[in-house]
Design a protein around this ligand. Structure first.
Ligand code: C2E
Ligand code: MG
Ligand code: MG
Length: 725
């Protein structure tokens, strides 16, 4: 189709050029007084190609050729004697013809494109050349006009113009699509641009239906009929129809131009692709900001949210509306979650976390944000806080909710939670500080005995900083040989000699002097440092035995304290055996002490480790007995040789009837189970007498000897000291 039109245009253009050349010849021939005969010959030549007319000076038609008649729709006789204005289409302004007449009246050739009207009222375009022709007196008495029909070319131009217009709008829509951030503004652009791109923009209405919503370019929002008179395309996102775009005319008009149809289709496709991209991006953003298990927002999301909130609240503060600026974050750490995960498996653990998330969401207000920080830790952001009491009420509610049992796969699970609270602006004015304070407060709540909440406090912060310094120093202590062992005899009442010696750790701090274990062992346990430290204690104690043996001394058994962390190591019994072999110390020279509280926590695993140690030949002692609330009868599951009564009971044994009764019962029970009893912290003869009456055989305490470094304890060994008489 296009090719054909272009072919025709090219032909016509060639004709135009030839006509103009002839016109020049005619005009110059006139000037050279060329005979009429020759002029007629020229005219005949042109006549075969173009619309030709000859008028007199006043514009009355004297002659028209056949092509003229055919194109204009008038017969020769209808035109003869008529004014040229009969063909006027009203397209050109008056000035256009004024100019024409002036030019030709002065004898100049006039050349323009004119739009004429046929007898039937249709418009047609001609490229006109009007040549004034002079008579023998050198007066202009006729005008020869030669016209070439250029209607097809004009239509083509209009077509191109139209197409360019549609392209322009599509281009604009695409540009908007590239930079669009919000759907409302993009839809507005699409609606207005698609309307403007139509042939009759004043009558066009563009409508988008998307996800059940309707958007229209028409302010009156009138629903126009769809159907054949409307252009309509579906909007598909990920191969699903999500809506459609429609362009219709308010009045019955057809859509004739194919590019209008193409435009609507392209826009529908581009818009669908944009929605697709937006959704993909939103999905990726969601994934990055949410926890996969609980679908709660994650820490990354919280940080961003906090940053924005802090900025907003700072502005509120600047307006001196202090109370309105407040908000709270609560760090929630589940208690005993690890035990559930370890004993019932990770799948149950995951189900439990999901339930916890659901319960947290259910007990918070809509505007509050519940975040999973990771593991069994959650954070709640409470955006509207008036008083601290409000926050306390929420925290209390949280703790209570978490204490309620969770029913998962027909199992009732109990967790509980510790909650730490940080307030803006009091505790921190930036994200990092606030999160840190919340975390520290939670840590404090946990240490205060779980199932409770704590507000952040500066003192607590100082304590934490101190703790951190100690941790760093303790790590160095091991490498710098700052740890030392002291030894305290355990006396055997039957032979009055040293039955064994307890190995007690000390830290020779470069500035603080000798630090007792109570000040650093809990920290070492928390940080896991106890594992390398504990191994060092066992090895150093064995090396000490070896040294003393090499000095020819009779060395009693050494009693070494163990931490729960050590016993939890993969092959702890194997590690002990390796040390014994490496140092060449017999296993029966070692007693290993575990505290009663350890027995309560890990029943089956601990029993297996203790059995292995016992099988090696080591003795096992239960330390601090009476404080761990263990069920006495459960002791028979363990290979226990000694039971050490905690010094707190021994201290008041002579004054407190309860303590006396407890100690009496413990000794009887231990003997019943075939264990020996060691009384710890014996400081007075009265205590000793009481214990003797109860048939306790072993004693440890300041009454006999304080813990001493190796260099001092050696004297006792050398003298084979007898303590009792
Ligand atoms: P423990 O195992 O119960 O050790 C006995 C504690 O009682 C020692 O305190 C000892 O000095 C103290 N003691 C002994 N006789 C008396 C007395 O007559 N009166 C009083 N008031 N106290 C007495 P120490 O050395 O401060 O050790 C404290 C705790 O640190 C130990 O309690 C033990 O649980 C832990 N510990 C010490 N060394 C180690 C070690 O190498 N590893 C581990 N995991 N824990 C250790
Ligand atoms: Mg001990
Ligand atoms: Mg003890």
């Amino acid at each position: 189709m296009d090719q054909q039109i272009f072919g025709k245009i090219q032909k016509l253009e060639a004709v135009e050029r030839r006509v103009q050349a002839h016109a020049q010849i005619i005009s110059s021939g006139e000037q050279k007084n060329i005979a009429n005969v020759e002029l007629v010959a020229y005219i005949e030549a042109i006549e075969r190609l173009a619309l030709v007319s000859i008028t007199d000076r006043k514009g009355r038609i004297l002659h028209v050729n056949n092509i003229f008649c055919r194109v204009s729709g008038y017969s020769f006789s209808e035109l003869l004697g008529q004014d040229h204005r009969i063909l006027n289409s009203g397209t050109h302004p008056k000035a256009f013809f004024v100019h024409m007449w002036r030019e030709i009246a002065y004898g100049r050739i006039w050349h323009q494109e004119i739009c004429n009207r046929t007898k039937l009222g249709e418009l047609y375009w001609v490229d006109s050349t009007i040549v004034p022709i002079k008579n023998g007196n050198d007066h202009i008495d006729r005008f020869l006009s030669v016209r070439v029909d250029i209607t097809a070319r004009k239509e083509r131009e209009a077509y191109l113009e139209k197409r360019l217009k549609a392209r322009d709008h599509l281009f604009e829509i695409r540009r908007e699509i590239l930079r669009a951030q919000n759907i409302e503004s993009l839809i507005a652009t699409i609606l207005s641009r698609t309307v403007l791109a139509m042939q009759f923009p004043q009558a066009a209405v563009s409508t988008i239906y998307l996800d059940g919503k309707r958007y229209s370019s028409d302010v009156t929002d009138q629903v126009l009929p769809s159907g054949p008179s409307a252009l309509q395309n579906e909007i598909c996102v990920k191969r699903k129809v999500r809506g459609w775009i429609q362009v219709a005319y308010r009045e019955p008009r057809p859509f004739l131009l194919p590019e209008e149809r193409d435009l609507v289709q392209s826009v529908a496709e581009d818009f669908g692709a944009w929605l697709d991209r937006q959704e993909t991006e939103a999905y990726v953003r969601y994934q990055a900001d949410h926890d996969g298990l609980t679908q709660l927002p994650n820490r990354r999301y919280l940080k961003r949210k906090l940053k924005k909130l802090i900025e907003a609240r700072r502005r509120v503060m600047a307006e001196r509306r202090q109370e309105e600026s407040r908000f709270a974050i609560m760090f929630i750490d589940l208690d005993h979650f690890k035990a559930i995960n370890d004993t019932l498996g990770h799948e149950m653990g995951d189900l439990l976390l999901k339930e916890v998330a659901a319960r947290l969401l259910a007990c918070m207000r809509h505007e509050d944000i519940v975040v999973r920080q990771g593991g069994d830790e959650f954070i709640v952001l409470i955006q509207r806080v008036q008083t601290l009491v409000d926050v306390e009420i929420i925290a209390q509610k949280l703790v209570e909710q978490m204490m309620q049992p969770f029913c998962i796969e027909n199992k009732m699970l109990r967790v509980g939670a510790s909650v730490g609270i940080a307030m803006f602006p009091e505790d921190g004015q930036d994200v990092k500080m606030l999160l840190r304070c919340g975390d520290l407060a939670m840590y404090q709540a946990k240490h205060a005995g779980r199932n409770g909440y704590r507000f952040f406090s500066r003192e607590l912060d100082k304590l934490m900083a101190e703790r951190h310094r100690t941790e760093v120093a303790l790590r160095r202590a091991l490498d710098n040989s700052e740890l030392v062992l002291h030894f305290q005899p355990i006396v055997d009442d039957i032979n009055a000699g040293i039955a064994s010696m307890e190995v007690l750790l000390r830290w020779q701090h470069p500035e603080d002097g000798l630090v007792p274990p109570a000040r650093f062992i809990p920290l070492a346990e928390e940080t896991g440092l106890i594992v390398p430290i504990g191994a060092w204690v066992i090895r150093t104690a064995c090396l000490q035995i070896k040294t003393w043996q090499q000095q020819g001394l009779i060395v009693p058994r050494l009693t070494i304290n163990l931490s729960v962390r050590q016993l939890g190591m993969k092959d702890f019994a194997g590690d002990v055996m390796a040390i014994l072999q490496e140092t060449g110390v017999a296993a029966n020279l070692i007693t290993l002490e575990v505290t009663e509280s350890m027995l309560v926590e890990n029943v089956s695993e601990l029993a297996a480790v203790l059995c292995s140690l016992s099988a090696l030949g080591c003795r096992v002692a239960i330390d601090d007995f009476g404080t761990g609330y263990s069920c006495m009868s459960s002791l028979k599951h363990y290979p226990i040789d000694f039971l050490k009564i905690d010094q707190h009971f021994v201290r008041d044994i002579c004054t407190d009837e309860n303590d006396a009764a407890i100690v009496t019962a413990i000794i009887a029970m231990a003997h019943g189970l075939g264990m020996e009893v060691v009384a710890e912290g014996v400081e007075s003869i009265e205590q000793l007498d009481f214990l003797r009456k109860k048939h306790c055989r072993f004693y440890q305490g300041y009454l006999f000897c304080k813990p001493l470094p190796a260099a001092e304890i050696i004297h006792l060994l050398q003298k084979q000291t007898l303590f009792l008489n």
